[in-house]
Structures are given as C-alpha cells and as structure tokens.
Write a protein that binds this ligand. Sequence first.
Ligand SMILES: Nc1nc(=O)c2c([nH]1)NC[C@@H]1CN(c3ccc(C(=O)N[C@@H](CCC(=O)O)C(=O)O)cc3)CN21
Ligand SMILES: CC(C)C(=O)C(=O)O
Ligand SMILES: [Mg+2]
Length: 292
Amino acid sequence: MTQLSAAQTGTTSGSPSDGKTLYGGKGTRRITVRDIAAAKERGEKWPMLTAYDAMTASVFDEAGIPVMLVGDSAGNCHLGYETTVPVTLDEMTMLSAAVVRGTSRALIVGDLPFGSYQEGPVQALRSATRLVKEAGVGAVKLEGGERSHRQIELLVESGIPVMAHIGLTPQSVNAMGYRVQGRGEEAAQQLLRDAKAVQDAGAFAVVLELVPAELAAEVTRVLHVPTVGIGAGPDTDAQVLVWTDMLGLTGGRVPKFVKQYADLREVMSGAAKAFAEDVVGGTFPTEAHSVH
Ligand SMILES: Nc1nc(=O)c2c([nH]1)NC[C@@H]1CN(c3ccc(C(=O)N[C@@H](CCC(=O)O)C(=O)O)cc3)CN21
Ligand SMILES: CC(C)C(=O)C(=O)O
Ligand SMILES: [Mg+2]
C-alpha cells in the first residue's frame, strides 16, 4: 500500500479559503465535509464536476472547483461501456487514485459502483474502505434512499463520509430506465422519505437526479445537509454535471439538463485533422522540431 501525502489526507490546518467561500477562496488545504456543512449554513451555492483522470482533475482543481466526483459515469464517458452497470470497484479505485493524485484542494468523492454495496453494510464498508485506503478519497457516494440507509449508517459510524444519491439512480437502469423521478404525489412523498432517510443515516450531502424543480426546492428547504442537483432545477444547494457533457466531449445524445460550455470535441477533432494533414503533406515536422 502506498503512503498518502498530507495533501491527500486533508489533515493540514487552516480554512479552505481564509474562512470564506468554497469557490473563489484562496485557501490551499484540501476541502473537507465540514467545510461543505458550513457552506449550507451560509446559504452558499457550490459547483461539483466529475473527473476520471489526473490531468482533467488538475485543470478543475486549478479552476477552483471545490468538489469532484469520480463518477461511475466513467463507465460510459471514459471506459466505453453502454451504462454504469458493468463498472467494477477495481476500475473505480484506479480512476479515483488518479484524480486524488491530480488535485490538492478539491474534496474527492468516489462513486461506489453497482454490485459493490447492494449485498449489505459489511460489503459496503469493505468497498468504501478500498476507495479510502487505496485511492485516498475523502468521501464515497452510493445510490438509494431508504433502501441504502443501513449501508450509509455503517460507513458513517466507521468514519467514512457518505454522499447519498436519490431520484434517478442510473445503476437501476434495468429496473427503472432513465425517467424523471418524484412526479405525482405518491412519488414526491417517497422522494422526501428517501431524502430524510439518508440524512438521518448520516449522509453529509445528497444528490437529487432528474426530479421536478419544485420538489428539489422543497427537499433543499427541509434538509439541513446540502442537496446537489443534476436535472433538479435551480434551487438546490449545489449543482453537478458530467464533465464530458459540460465541455462537449461526450459523443452522441446528452441529457437535456446539460449546459454545454465548450465544444472540445470540435477542438480536438480539428487539431487531430491538422496534425494528420501536416504529416501526410510533409509540413510537420520542420527544422524547428528536429534535432541534429
Ligand atoms: N454522459 C452522461 N451524463 C450523465 O449525466 C450521466 C451519465 N452519462 N451516466 C450516468 C448517469 C445517467 N444519467 C442520465 C442518463 C439518461 C438521462 C435521460 O435520458 N434523460 C432524458 C429525460 C428522460 C425523461 O424526461 O423522463 C433527457 O432527455 O434528458 C438522464 C440522466 C445521468 N448520468
Ligand atoms: C451524475 C453523477 C451524480 C454521478 O453519479 C456520476 O457521474 O456517476
Ligand atoms: Mg454515479
């Protein structure tokens, strides 16, 4: 087992941003779940992005993104699977370790993949422990509300911060598809019960995926832990997007809740073609790129 540096363990003293904000502060030590709790008390909104490799994570870390999720969306966005279902704990451990190595300030949350916690609390603890010890993540995330509350309880009791994830839970795609959750009175009551169950179990934050904006606003009002929305409207405490969607790198269709801030697919494709033309036409390399 490799030793984790102080930067990875987040044990250095001082505030994340001179006692100010999660985003835009000047602090250099690693952000912790206590900083996240303080942000909710201040009514401060914060951004979260996924990351699957050290290089990309270092860009977002330098940009000041305070929380990064090594999402199992790596399955379809980084590893070429159709869904998140086939992703393994070995894969999540390797990707999470890379993201931790590429960052020094962001809180890194590692997604527990399908099959690594559904058997029960003991399996969940064994899996989460690998992400904490081998990859160095500061927290883990798992899907499910009431159905996952025992797993959350044991992890939190054991000293592992847990981000919960309710609403659309993509690991259950074979059972529920990719559909809006919490529509109608009965489904809304279930979502509220799920949100309270994960908070009571000790989760430090809860992702709300693809739920009506009004319901997400209500959950955000009634919980004392922050909500992180994705397709959940403007009134959650935080917002998360899959980085390849946000930067226009994901091929094919992306969910309609995505806002695209750049077109990296176009940029990369253009650069690859320019390189290819240079090679074929003999205009690269030139004297400037040669040694003698
Ligand atoms: N590239 C990518 N982006 C994501 O946001 C994402 C992943 N992958 N993989 C894991 C999960 C799966 N997610 C998904 C997948 C599909 C829809 C989707 O098809 N949504 C429809 C709306 C469906 C409805 O209205 O009921 C859409 O058009 O947005 C949404 C979220 C979110 N996560
Ligand atoms: C969409 C986010 C919340 C996620 O779970 C992932 O990227 O895997
Ligand atoms: Mg996920």
